[in-house]
Design a protein around this ligand. Structure first.
Ligand SMILES: [Mg+2]
Length: 199
């Protein structure tokens, strides 16, 4: 599943770069591409026997050490903190998804000092985490489908927001009309997980 996420984020580079060009410096897609190339190289040295917590946290560490910049720290934190919270779990089910997303969202909000409404990736990640707790009793396919839809709703909601933090914080009302590029990346990640589970 993480390899599928890596391929999807790498393939989404043009769209993610375009999203960042609309509100920021345009480097987000290339940073995410670089990060997930490093993730693929790392995961190729691991196996399912390493445990789901280690696979997720190694994904985060690979992003942190390869991407640089705010996105590397923040997206790396998403996977590292989410992964650490899965220690001792052997199955990535709806309950594990909820635990992963709660820890990921808390870690990202602490690291980035962002809250919902700032027009950052938190605007996709926070509703995804809330939804995951609602559907924690469902199978992972159903839970991921609901989480991906919540992330998409959050990304779309970020279009109308005035940025108070992150890439577009200096644009004021000129930031209205475009979604945050980090929120777009969050959608690619969870939509791909959902598609993978459904395949
Ligand atoms: Mg940027």
């Amino acid at each position: 599943m993480l390899l599928a996420v890596a391929d999807a984020v790498i393939a989404a580079e043009p769209a993610l770069s375009e999203a960042d060009r609309n509100l920021g410096d345009g480097d987000h897609g290339l940073g995410m591409q670089r990060g997930f190339e490093a993730v693929k190289a790392k995961l190729e040295t691991m196996s399912g026997a390493d445990g789901i917590d280690k696979l997720f946290s190694a994904t985060g560490m690979a992003m942190m050490s390869s991407m640089g910049g705010a996105s590397g720290a923040i997206f790396g934190t998403l996977f590292r903190d989410g992964g650490k919270a899965l220690a001792g779990r052997e199955v990535f089910d709806g309950a594990a998804l909820a635990v992963f997303l709660r820890a990921a969202c808390d870690g990202v909000m602490t690291r980035g000092k962002a809250k919902p409404g700032d027009k950052t990736m938190v605007d996709a990640l926070h509703p995804a985490a809330e939804k995951a707790e609602e559907v924690a009793g469902a199978g992972v396919g159903e839970a991921l489908s609901a989480v991906a839809a919540a992330a998409e709703g959050g990304r779309d909601g970020s279009k109308a927001m005035i940025a108070t933090l992150g890439r577009a914080r200096t644009l004021g009302e000129a930031s209205i009309g475009h979604p945050d590029a980090g929120a777009c990346s969050v959608v690619v990640i969870f939509r791909t997980m959902s598609d993978f589970a459904a395949a």
